[in-house]
Design a binder for this molecule. Structure first.
Ligand code: GRF
Length: 208
């Protein structure tokens, strides 16, 4: 059974998609052991509570310096000895020590088709604003392993989404979530939980 720990900062709709997918069997051999948020008001913590999943808030605001926050965050992670850490809208830069310790065991959902519209400053609604500004006709979402860079780790899954002429950033964000994020994040977790993903020379292969 893959022990999954989910890190969140906001509404938690991706967390909800994972919870629902475990319940309905789209994700097999995995369980969410804890949800950790840097934001005590994150509705994602409420979703965890409603589903009987332990929730913890580790906020940088509660620590005098970044190092103390990193230590508290790492201690909280290690307590559950997770096999996989899922960043589902987690807006905190991870400590390098954590990325080393959990090499190819941290995944992130990004709301574009990497390598487009990603990297520093590209998160949340900003991604969709830039997509519309550029006028691309297809966007989508990506699940990737987290490495030392920003949105640069090996890509596990992607799903395209049509951009419509009358889209606003909010309308587009909702479509990307519904049609792509909430589909490929559970899919990637199921593949990992069932030993179907291997990483070689910085690229993922899914052993379907
Ligand atoms: C999603 O759009 C995700 O792609 C991005 O942050 C947002 C999180 O939304 N990384 P939610 O908290 O899962 O609703």
């Amino acid at each position: 059974m893959l022990k999954v720990l989910v890190c969140v900062s906001g509404g938690g709709t991706n967390l909800q998609a994972v919870i629902d997918s475990i319940k309905d069997g789209r994700i097999k051999n995995a369980e969410i052991v804890r949800v950790i948020s840097n934001n005590k008001n994150a509705y994602a913590l409420e979703r965890a509570k409603e589903n009987g999943i332990p929730g913890t808030c580790v906020s940088p605001k509660d620590y005098g310096c970044r190092e103390d926050f990193h230590k508290a965050f790492l201690d909280a992670l290690r307590e559950d000895a997770p096999d996989l850490i899922v960043l589902a809208g987690f807006l905190v830069v991870l400590p390098e020590e954590m990325i080393r310790e959990y090499k190819n065991r941290i995944i992130n959902i990004h709301p574009s088709l990497i390598p487009s519209f990603c990297g520093t400053g590209y998160y949340g609604l900003k991604v969709h604003e830039k997509v519309l500004e550029r006028g691309v006709k297809i966007t989508g979402a990506t699940v990737h392993f987290v490495d030392e860079g920003t949105d640069t780790g090996p890509i596990i899954a992607q799903k395209p989404v049509q951009v419509n002429e009358d889209d606003t950033p909010k309308i587009l964000q909702k479509r990307v979530m519904e049609e792509a994020e909430w589909v490929i994040l559970p899919q990637a977790i199921d593949w990992i939980a069932n030993g179907m993903v291997e990483v070689k020379e910085g690229r993922c292969r899914v052993l379907a």
